[in-house]
Design a protein around this ligand. Sequence first.
Ligand SMILES: *Cc1c(COP(=O)(O)O)cnc(C)c1O
Length: 404
Amino acid sequence: MIHVRKTTTPQLLADAEQTIMHTAVRPGIVMERGEGMYLWDTDGARYLDFIGGWAVTCLGHSPAAIRDALSSQSSMLVNASPAFYNRPMIEFAKQLTELSGYDKAFFASSGAEANEGAIKLARKHGALHLGGAYGIVTMTGSFHGRTLATMSATGKARWQSLFAPSMPGFKHVPLNDWNGLLAAVDGNTCAIMLELVQGEGGVHPADADYLGKVRELCDERGIMLIFDEIQTGLGRTGKMFASGHYGIQADVMTLGKGIGGGFPLAALLVRDRFNVFEPGDQGGTYTGQPLAMAVGQAVVREIVTRQLARNAELMGECLTRRINEVAEAYRLSPIRGKGLLLAFDLPVPCGAELVAACLREGLLINSPHPSTIRLMPPLIVSEEDIDAMLDLLCRAMDTVRLRS
Ligand SMILES: *Cc1c(COP(=O)(O)O)cnc(C)c1O
């Protein structure tokens, strides 16, 4: 018989220390429950969440849509096998291709896995149509995942030697540097891969005229253009996909994070012309997993019917206005980004200190760099939530003495 006992927070933290691999520096609290914009820890303390599970929990915490999708699908079919079609898999692929304008979908459980699929697709395209070209140009400051290939694709200098040797075939050039890109593209290039707003890199959007030229270059040379919309997709930037801000479509788009609203799910979408996979090329035990497919459908339906991309646009404007009102008093940079993927810089590199001060005040924010604060709340955020956030943020900024 399993003996269930109510464990106290210090005991839980001691157990964590003893049993969980130390791959992240985590604060000494344990999250227990979530509802809407808030999380609660095991001591009952409440946190207003402007991290949103890392731009993931787009519908907020514990949304009814996910609970209902999981309960009805789990009583129907949990897992058939990746060797069979299942109903929600087909329905979700139809929903996503209609929404995005891409032709075919492959489903995965994480963003890195979707990007691995995109890299494989690019290499196969190069092998078939570009004389064996396998080089992929990606951007400095980009983030594409934590598998070996996606770490090599990621534009972080430190990651090129971590777990060496890195995967060959990746070149990194600065985002929005057209001449740098032209110089990097050569006869061995099969793809260009980029984020339309670099998320982990500190919230830096691509320029419209640069992106137009990238699209033309890819068309001229038959190079595959890959948009990694894992962080920017599904309403996050105020449009259903960030590509909607530019009116430019890629050949391949990857989605993750918000697509599952907190459930592990990702997708690789491709236009027919670049759909070079054949049976055996790509797979995975959990591709098209029925629970994930049912959740994905429910999440995307909610984003569409509740017009959450529009709410992201409006609330992004509201958040920008409110932060800019206090920017001078606290010596903050103007806010940048799109929709609800926003960032501002601090006058001193005290990001970690400010994040800790916010946590003590009951606010969750993220600092991707020592001098940068990133905000990516659930897409359901309201003006009242933003007002509450500003109060907590200003209190925290006072405790770290940011006021001029
Ligand atoms: C988070 C992220 C990934 C990786 O997704 P995982 O689900 O963590 O594997 C890839 N690209 C971008 C742009 C991301 O933000």
